[in-house]
Design a protein around this ligand. Structure first.
Ligand code: WTA
Length: 655
């Protein structure tokens, strides 16, 4: 028997007795022996998992090849399969009436919808037929700009049915950000909605798409799903109505056979420098990562109802709203709204209404709800089916973890903190539901096949043993890792593999405690994390300097009680005579170029940014000052130390 670590919460015996069937793992011993097997015999381990969890049209002959060094890792070579077949057909053949998607609309007074696997298959095929009629071929990239409605998942799967690559862009991005992504992907077909609904508000998706494609003459087709029926601009010949069009196509077309390493999707994410990176994921490896983590980290079964509140525009929505639950034949709950609309018990209402077995959300919403919700408001909800509570996107503080455990699951469901990234495709460090003794605040242990290292940030040396802190890296390729950055393989090598030779560098700091549990500390690069949204400081800075009045800008991530980090902006202007309301204008500028979710919480105008004599902005000082620290350390290297006095004055005034 494995000895239990101190300060852990053991999985309650009642958890097992409440299980409708049997958990996939018998306990910690089985987890550990499988983990050892996955690290010491990766080929055998992954080959077995792939053949068990995925349906290949043609079996693979080589499980793994390639290395980090060349950035050419590849998996399941020689194999052929189709993602849509794996997510839908397999279950539709077995049990067409099983519900694949439950749609919970923004307004609870509106009807929710259940879509069976049989219905999903028909609608996906019809949409795929339409896409083909518009000239979409295997390998073409289709951009999807949609809110959280089932049709977004249908659009994703329709692409995969014909071998097209989907590029979903979060529907909170501005027209400018969408335009860049459409152009980078060279998409000619866009799928969107007339409008969206979120938190009682209308989102003008089609208007944003129109603006994004305005001078793009390569766009042949904008397909519009009529979500609200609102009045929208229309361009005959280019714009098509979803409901009208798809009826013209058959309810079945055969799935396109795809090689294991053919591209499956592109997802843009922020890096520490430059433009957003279009990360490319491929078929078999990604699908396997989603299935294996769904099955073992979440202990997901076909009878389960999985409610992940992540948006389809981010990786969490890809892997755990669409792929993992559907690959495993369970039911995914797609929620269009927000946790606080129309009231702050909405998540409990949705969980109870659909008798969800799993919930997966982000600490940022738990922090908001903790301040709003009384136990009395939620304890009358019947959440007896709930077995797992996942957390993702940012570190979960122990007191928030405890609140989550007791308020959402009434202490009966296991909390699993899951650490991963757009690049990793699926979880890489997580507590295994029903298996790992829980440590509030820790992401726990590496997942199957993930050989993790903590490195000394300066020397790059691997720190052995426990009670060590450094930067988090991975030692060997794993199936669901992104294969490249579209159009820039050098940047891929540069971003992930060149910093620490022989390792994949995550960009996060981490601590391995005395019991071998991992604690993620957050980014050590210029990426900031606001409400679980990943933002690049340099991307926001370049949005600001596009404004005619701005000379220079620095973006600083400052700790924030609600959003984890908040965007703080320090700018210097070209002219001493600042326009009235310049702060508001700059906030608008960021909303326009990137999107509302990147809007800064604070804008500070300084005559000049604090710089060294060689002209380098000293962010360390800005970070300290904006976080309320008055000890700035050595300021003697500054070209003009009076800037700091100015900054201190402004901050004191604000307090
Ligand atoms: C952070 C989201 C602590 C981390 C799935 C990572 C986390 C970045 C956790 C990736 C967690 C994600 N604990 N930090 N459980 N999960 N992160 O690509 O900084 O949007 O590098 O993927 O989010 O963000 P991304």
């Amino acid at each position: 028997m494995t000895k239990l670590a101190a300060n852990t919460i053991e999985v309650d015996a009642k958890w097992r007795s409440r299980h409708p069937t049997a958990p996939h793992l018998a306990g910690l011993d089985e987890f550990q022996s499988l983990y050892q097997d996955s690290i010491h015999n990766p080929s055998q381990f992954w080959a077995k998992q792939a053949r068990e969890l995925l349906s290949f049209d043609r079996d693979f002959h080589t499980t793994t090849s390639g290395s980090f060094h060349r950035g050419d890792a590849a998996w399941f070579l020689g194999g052929q399969l189709n993602a849509c077949f794996n997510c839908v057909d397999r279950h539709a053949i077995q049990d067409p009436n099983r519900v694949g998607i439950i749609y919970e609309p923004d307004d609870p007074a509106n009807d929710c919808r259940s879509i069976t696997y049989g219905e999903l298959l028909a609608e996906i095929c019809q949409l795929a037929g339409f896409l083909r009629s518009q000239g979409v071929k295997k390998g073409d990239i289709v951009t999807i700009y949609m809110p959280m409605i089932p049709e977004a998942a249908i659009a994703v799967l329709a692409c995969t049915r014909i071998g097209a690559v989907h590029s979903v862009v979060f529907a909170g991005f501005s027209a400018g950000a969408l335009r860049d992504r459409i152009q980078d992907a060279k998409s000619t077909v866009i799928i969107t909605t007339d409008e969206g609904r979120r938190g009682g508000k209308t989102i003008s998706t089609k208007v944003v798409v129109d603006e994004a494609v305005r001078e793009n003459h390569k766009i042949s087709t904008v397909l519009v799903y009529e979500r609200t029926g609102g009045q929208i601009p229309w361009m005959d010949g280019r714009d098509f109505r979803w409901k009208e069009e798809i009826q013209k196509y058959p309810a079945y077309i055969s799935p396109e056979g795809m090689d294991s390493e053919d591209p499956l999707f592109l997802l843009y994410t922020s890096g520490s420098t430059g433009k957003p990176k279009g990360l490319l994921h491929t078929h078999a490896g990604y699908l396997l990562g989603a299935s294996v983590t769904g099955k073992y980290v979440f202990d997901l079964n076909p009878q389960d109802r999985f409610f992940c509140s992540g948006d389809i525009g981010w990786i969490t929505g890809h892997t755990y709203v669409v792929y993992a639950p559907l690959l495993l034949g369970s039911t995914t709950v797609m929620f269009e709204g927000t946790p606080t609309y129309p009231n702050h018990t909405r998540l409990w209402d949705v969980l109870e209404k659909h008798q969800a077995t799993h919930f997966y959300g982000a600490p940022t919403s738990f922090r908001v709800l903790k301040a709003l919700v009384d136990k009395a408001d939620v304890e009358n909800h019947d959440l007896s089916k709930l077995r797992a509570l996942g957390s993702v996107g940012e570190p979960i503080a122990p007191e928030i973890w405890k609140w989550y455990h007791s308020f959402m699951g009434d202490g009966n469901a296991c909390v699993t903190d899951t650490y991963w990234q757009t690049e990793t495709g699926s979880h890489i460090i997580a507590a295994y539901t029903g298996v790992t003794p829980m440590k509030p605040g820790s992401a726990s242990f590496p997942c199957f096949g993930i050989d993790v290292a903590i490195l000394d940030p300066t020397t790059g040396e691997e720190l052995q043993g426990n009670s060590v802190e450094g930067v988090l890296a991975v030692k060997k390729p794993w199936p669901s890792m992104a294969r490249t950055i579209r159009g820039n393989h050098d940047r891929y090598l540069e971003s992930y593999f060149n910093t620490y030779n022989g390792y994949y560098f995550t960009g996060d700091g981490a601590y391995r405690d005395a019991d071998g549990y991992y604690w993620i500390r957050g980014r050590v690069d210029d990426v900031i994390n606001v409400s679980g949204h990943r933002l690049s400081t340099s991307e926001i800075e370049s949005a600001l300097v596009e404004h005619e009045s701005v000379a220079e800008a620095a973006i600083i991530g400052v700790p924030d009680d609600l959003t984890g980090q908040a965007v703080n902006t320090v700018v210097s202007l070209k002219s001493k005579q600042a326009a009235m309301n310049i702060e508001k204008e700059l906030i608008l500028q960021i909303r326009k170029v990137i999107g509302p979710f990147a809007a800064p919480k604070r804008v500070i105008i300084l005559p000049d940014l604090p710089k060294t004599r060689s002209g380098k902005t000293v962010r360390r000082i800005l970070r300290k000052a904006l976080s309320g620290d008055t000890e700035f350390g050595d300021t003697s290297t500054l070209a003009d130390p009076s800037v700091i006095d100015e900054l201190t004055k402004i901050l004191q005034k604000a307090d």
